[in-house]
Design a binder for this molecule. Structure first.
Ligand code: ZN
Length: 398
């Protein structure tokens, strides 16, 4: 049986998530704690940080914002501009950029910022996609690496001392208490919590002809270099109450474009629009841990009283973890062809990474799939689910 949080619907199989004796997960507990935060105080702290790290004479940027053009980074840029600061925006190109993702990047630039985009060698990138998918079950591994390394490298090279990240994923998605307390991101954070799954950049050398000279942008600056410039990173979500849906509304009013229907495997149309490989990434999360993007979104909305828990479970059953035949309308065959993998080989990789304890199997222990290749979880709620927790008081402020 899979055990779920009694307030949201996150399963205990999520890495680093802790469900306490009352059946409440660490992400829900962390969210509740936001009610006690003095946001005016935090905002003042942010202003002080920007004063301390920003450019005094205007000869350099005040901060660097890693951006993708998505709802959150558009929101980050808007807020920093509203505070009268001059950011440099930096994108590490996604694994397979979609057309809508490109349009949202152009929109972000037109908010009125300087912008740098670093695209790593696409031939090497696709080899790493394939290697990471078959070795650690995460096609998006190289993207997760460069999202962190590229902005930090540019900050060092350009002498920009402050990097403004979005939310701390450990905060609301749940993570170790020590990490949730922190408001900064450094190499240690990346290595421990950045989702690298034990695969190191140096492990790629010698794989399919990959050499260290191909991996410059995948390499985090040395501690000495960071110290020399004095680069520090903060999460904006520590200083402002973070809500992805609210960020999407605010960004939409500034030109951010949403998808014309809910994204495949998700519940909504306003996020993860910039990488066509994301459907495969999310599907592997489902195979390994028994939850996908629909569960993530349901939990965010349950905590904010925008979705009832029983409704969420119905929506999750319908949308979570379907075989990723298409993502943003692109057929899986096209995505796999680029990384030199057949559909048959892909299905074998899927089966190898599937946690069979989480899904129905037949008498011989083989996974039961419907005619579309979809699996069924062993359970979608706790056994004692007739006794759900009463909804807490609405807390729109936090
Ligand atoms: Zn929870």
């Amino acid at each position: 049986m899979i055990k779920y949080c009694r307030r949201c619907v996150m399963p205990e199989t999520k890495p680093d998530l802790y469900i306490d004796g009352a059946g409440i997960c660490s992400a829900c507990t962390s969210f509740q704690a936001r009610q006690n935060v003095d946001w005016a105080q935090r905002r003042a702290e942010l202003g002080e940080l920007l004063d301390r790290y920003g450019s005094r004479d205007g000869s350099n940027y005040d901060c660097l914002i890693p951006v993708s053009g998505g709802k959150d980074s558009t929101y980050q840029v808007l807020r920093i501009l509203e505070l009268g600061r001059n950011p440099l925006c930096v994108t590490a190109t996604t694994d397979k950029l979609s057309a809508i993702g490109r349009r949202n990047i152009e929109n972000l630039k037109n908010l009125g910022v300087d912008y740098i985009e670093v695209t790593t060698n696409p031939v090497v990138r696709r080899r790493i996609n394939r290697f990471a998918l078959t070795e650690v079950g995460d096609i998006s591994w190289p993207e997760h690496v460069t999202i962190f390394t590229v902005p930090v490298r540019i900050a060092v090279q350009m002498g920009i001392r402050l990097i403004v990240w979005g939310e701390n994923p450990q905060h609301e998605y749940g993570g170790p208490a020590a990490a949730a307390e922190g408001n900064s991101l450094d190499r240690r954070w990346l290595e421990e919590f950045g989702g690298l799954l034990g695969l190191r950049v140096s492990d790629l050398i010698g794989q399919d002809g990959t050499e260290s000279r191909h991996l410059i942008q995948y390499t985090y600056p040395l501690d000495e270099e960071l110290r020399r410039v004095g680069v520090t990173g903060i999460f904006l979500g520590y200083y402002m109450p973070w809500d992805g849906y609210g960020n999407a509304l605010y960004s939409q009013a500034h030109g951010f474009e949403t998808y014309h229907k809910p994204v495949e495997g998700s519940l909504v149309n306003y996020e993860n629009l910039d990488n066509v490989q994301t459907g495969i990434h999310d599907y592997f999360k489902f195979l390994k841990y028994g939850f996908g993007r629909a569960t993530d979104l349901a939990c965010l909305h349950i905590r904010r009283e925008r979705l009832r828990r029983d409704e969420a479970i119905r929506l999750i059953r319908r949308h979570d973890g379907s075989f990723p035949w298409r993502y943003l309308g692109t057929p899986i065959e096209e995505v796999l062809d680029e990384i030199d993998m057949s559909l048959d080989e892909f299905v074998r990789v899927c089966d190898r990474f599937t946690n069979k304890k989480l899904f129905l199997c037949d008498a011989r222990g083989e996974l039961i799939k419907d005619r579309h290749g979809n699996l069924t979880k062993v359970n979608y709620d706790n056994a004692d689910s007739e006794d759900p927790l009463p909804a807490s008081e609405p807390s729109w402020a936090g």
